[in-house]
Ligand binder design. Structure first.
Ligand SMILES: *Cc1c(COP(=O)(O)O)cnc(C)c1O
Length: 350
């Protein structure tokens, strides 16, 4: 059995995606913004991918803005709103268990005069709608709460938070790198104004993702990358046709059933003494487990040479306990005994 159990950190590129990309790498390399027939072909292929993504989230194709990944999409959403309030500044609501690219973007905005509330989760990792409601201020510019937690697998009540944001007239952004394609999403039903997604978390290539922006054509988002007017002027740079086509193919071919690795994992993990973190409302493909004691960790790591993360991949190189595990109340000692096993993602029917 394949020993790779770190799909929340990255997935391989599927066969169908490579197939779809190939011609755009080898043959049809024209700049999609140029004014000739090869360019028009590329531009059409990009439009097809945009439609696939839009269909998955219930948006218009014109509301999907391609970026280099979810990190850029998150930066674009948060800084894009903040930079349109550079003079008057204001307040942002997020949580203490967001991905580091959101935490660090918010910390940067604090350093230039914005105020940020980092909501603490329940011990399960849940961010309650009540806590968001209590944090809203007169000058709140944005609520940004992730969809599925990348370390715990817990699913946040984004439809409820979206409803609250809508009735409070505050834009709502969600980082859905771990939710897109895996769970049903409808940006209208869920009152989501911006949503970030990433290619390499869904068997697509690295270096591509997107930000859904409600009414993107009339959006006041300030671009991070000014350029030649690509992506409605919201994100400059020559559109990477192969990567975009790959992202579209990844959406079209996203698995709808668990892989064999899943049943294998469930059989093996039952041999150990652990508790699963993240509460009851978790995705089936992310397991955050704390082993009972050091001896149990020893037994597990010596018997199973799995490629997994302690905390998340982003923390693996530092010796600090993950900020997410600390936030749900684990001691440093418990955090050291905690591992994230992540299985090949698939679409879970709502
Ligand atoms: C992987 C991930 C990101 C970063 O995505 P990139 O496309 O690698 O920039 C952001 N947020 C979450 C929740 C993720 O899992």
């Amino acid at each position: 059995m394949n020993k790779y159990f770190d799909y929340a950190a990255s997935t391989p590129v599927s066969f169908e995606v490579i197939e779809a990309m190939e011609a755009w790498l080898r043959e049809s390399f024209a700049n999609p913004s140029a004014a000739h027939v090869e360019a028009e072909n590329a531009s059409n292929a990009i439009q097809v991918a945009r439609e696939s993504i839009a269909e998955r989230i219930g948006s218009m194709p014109s509301e999907v803005i391609f970026t280099s990944g979810a990190s850029e999409a998150n930066n674009m959403a948060i800084k894009g709103i903040a930079f349109s309030h550079l003079n008057d500044k204001g307040h942002i609501i997020t949580s203490s268990i967001e991905h580091k690219c959101i935490i660090n973007t918010c910390a940067f905005l604090e350093s230039i005069g914005f105020e940020v509330t980092y909501l603490e989760p329940e011990h399960t990792g849940l961010i309650t709608t009540e806590s968001v409601a209590a944090a809203i201020r007169e000058d709140t510019l944005l609520i940004t709460i992730h969809h599925v937690n990348n370390e715990l697998g817990c699913i946040q009540p984004i439809a409820e938070i979206g409803d609250l944001a809508f009735s409070s007239d505050i834009p709502f952004h969600t980082d859905s790198a771990q939710g897109f394609c895996k769970l049903d999403i409808d940006v209208d039903d869920m009152n989501i104004d911006m949503l970030s997604l990433s290619g390499h978390k869904i068997f697509g290539p690295k270096g591509i993702g997107a930000l859904y922006v409600r009414n993107a054509r009339d959006s006041e988002l300030v671009p991070l990358i000014h350029g030649g007017g690509q992506e409605l002027g919201l994100r400059g740079g020559t559109s990477p046709t192969p990567l975009i086509v790959g992202l579209g193919a990844a959406v079209d071919h996203f698995p709808t059933t668990p892989s064999q690795q899943h049943s294998y994992f469930e059989r093996v993990i039952e041999r150990y003494n652990y508790k699963r973190n993240g509460g009851d409302n978790v995705v089936p493909t992310i397991w955050n487990v704390t082993f009972k004691d050091d001896a149990e960790v020893q037994r597990f790591t010596s018997e199973q040479a799995w490629l997994i993360s302690q905390g998340s991949a982003c923390n693996a190189l530092s010796n600090m306990p993950s900020h997410v595990l600390t936030a749900i109340g684990l001691s440093d000692d418990e955090a050291r005994r905690t591992y994230r096993v992540s299985l090949p993602p698939f679409h879970v029917k709502g």
